[in-house]
Design a binder for this molecule. Structure first.
Ligand code: HEC
Length: 135
């Protein structure tokens, strides 16, 4: 009887943890990853941004900004436009960024990316954030 009660308790606890992860996206993003990010509806301008994003940022920030083991997802309230404005993307790419939100380490400056490309990258990242319900 005792072991049945324990088993029921474990099943209920697992269920609660699972539904929390589903209800609070930030819970799942605590490790800096966002699983299966949705692609935004694409336009020629966003395609341009995606090409540059894939070339310069995706190796760490992940395909469709979902994050990797080298850098955080951008689909997280930390990177909401109200918290990290568009300018912070230019600064991060040009000067790098000190590790302060996660445990990935510092971001080094990104070589070879132009202001035009960064402008298109920011538009693409904002569209991805919007497609995944960040704002
Ligand atoms: C070699 C890996 C790597 C690459 C490539 C990379 N980043 Fe990062 N980036 C990081 C890491 C790691 C952080 C997290 C720093 C922290 O802990 O807050 C970060 C943080 C950022 C931030 C937040 C900065 C802040 O002020 O908190 C922005 C914005 C950003 N990256 C934009 C970009 C853009 C745009 C590109 C492509 C042009 C890019 N990153 C390419 C690793 C990378």
């Amino acid at each position: 009887m005792r072991s049945v009660k324990i088993l029921v308790g474990v099943v209920v606890a697992l269920g609660l943890a699972g539904s929390m992860a589903a209800i609070v996206p930030a819970f799942a993003g605590a490790k800096g990853m966002y699983d299966n990010p949705k692609a935004p509806p694409m336009t020629p301008r966003l395609n341009l941004g995606k090409l540059s994003y894939d070339a310069f940022c995706a190796s760490c920030h992940g395909k469709t900004a979902g994050g990797t083991d080298k850098g955080p997802t951008f689909i997280h309230r930390v990177y909401h436009p109200g918290h990290h404005g568009n300018g912070s993307f230019f600064i991060a790419a040009k000067k790098g960024a000190r590790a302060h939100h996660w445990g990935f380490g510092d971001m080094k400056p990104v070589k070879g990316v132009t202001d035009d490309q960064l402008g298109a990258i920011v538009e693409y990242v904002r569209a991805v954030q919007q497609a995944n319900g960040l704002f």
